[in-house]
Design a protein around this ligand. Structure first.
Ligand code: NAP
Length: 307
């Protein structure tokens, strides 16, 4: 599909892209760039690309497609660095978990004649780094684009086709809507998980060994989310602040209502809520976004967090 693709950032997402690009033959040349010598050397050992450089400018030169896969707080600095080397007509995209902030950071540096199309694949695991990626990470997952008002439709279609060939389904929405939606489906669950695991870790009356020993009772499912990359999630919290605070406020109100129902023994209210939430789980399975097997829908296979 492309003569040369440049991957700036080669962690979980970048290396998954590298693997699927190779498997599907989507580019003749894949140039890989990352800031640290250790990650670059590992990407080279894994044979993820055709060329390797710690200089992102070098990697993006002559590339038809440039994909930035770094923590969202670093996207502006990366855009500033690569901008002078971007080829006229190239497509520049990213995979960041927040969109309004990434656009505000990157857009000012995008040269005229380069098609900047912000994107976000809704696929991931709690692992990070080039070893963590796998080629079918994006299979049947959504990739959301938040095109800008002047986005070239042909470039958008070309990028959409690229992601479809990587296994993803495509959707487009405006950046604010993306950030609000992701705040509830992804950011809040992670924050709740970080919080509950932190609370359990602080408990004095229950020993840590008991928390671990009896974790399969529910706690364990939160620990997977709470093991996610601290840099990535720090940046998500700082760069989707308003939407996250809005969802946290709603969450706190609903939690207070649940607390009241428990205090006053309002079993009907509890039963109704738990019935409604069970139906949500069923809809997710019907939509093919999880599988209906025990162990919270995760398979004990190579990529346990994929499901
Ligand atoms: P990752 O595995 O931790 O890899 C991060 C990559 O970014 C590495 O190549 C790292 O380079 C580089 N990097 C880190 N800090 C940087 C900085 N300050 N300046 C320049 N480069 C830097 O991360 P990931 O999970 O692939 O996430 C990458 C992006 O994808 C993030 O924006 C995240 O929001 C988004 N995303 C993640 C998921 C997920 O579940 N993980 C899902 C969808 C989208 P070195 O190793 O060389 O330092």
């Amino acid at each position: 599909m492309f003569e040369k693709i440049a991957l700036v950032g080669i962690g979980l997402i970048g290396s998954s892209l590298a693997r699927v690009i190779r498997r599907e033959g989507l580019a003749r040349h894949v140039a890989i760039s990352t800031r640290s010598a250790a990650t670059l050397a590992r990407a080279q050992e894994l044979g993820l690309g055709s060329s390797y450089s710690s200089d992102a400018k070098e990697a993006v030169r002559d590339a038809d497609l440039v994909i930035v896969s770094v923590p969202v707080g670093s996207s502006g600095a990366v855009a500033e660095e690569i901008a002078p080397a971007l080829k006229q007509g190239a497509i520049l995209t990213d995979v960041g978990s927040t969109k309004a902030s990434v656009i505000a950071q990157m857009q000012p540096y995008v040269p005229d004649g380069v098609h900047f199309i912000p994107g976000h694949p809704l696929a991931g695991t709690e692992k990070s780094g080039p070893d963590a990626g796998f080629a079918d990470l994006f299979d049947n997952r959504w990739c959301i684009f938040t095109p800008l008002p002047d986005t070239n439709p042909e470039a958008l279609e070309r990028l959409s086709e690229f992601w479809r060939r990587c296994g993803a389904n495509i959707d487009t929405m405006d950046p604010q809507h993306h950030d609000m939606t992701l705040a509830i489906v992804s950011h809040l669950p992670h924050i709740i998980a970080y919080n509950i695991v932190g609370t359990a870790d602080d408990l004095q009356s229950v020993t840590k060994s008991e928390v671990i020993k009896y974790s399969a009772s529910g706690f364990r499912d939160f620990t997977r989310l709470a093991a996610s990359d601290p840099t990535m999630w720090r940046d998500v919290c700082l760069h989707n602040k308003d939407a996250i605070l809005e969802m946290l406020a709603r969450f706190s109100e609903d939690l207070a209502s649940l607390q009241r129902a428990i205090r006053w023994g309002d079993g009907e209210k509890l039963f109704d809520l738990f019935t409604r939430t069970r139906a949500v789980r069923r809809s997710i399975i019907e939509a093919g976004q999880d599988i209906d097997v025990p162990d919270f829908g995760r398979q004990a296979v190579e990529h346990p967090a994929k499901a």
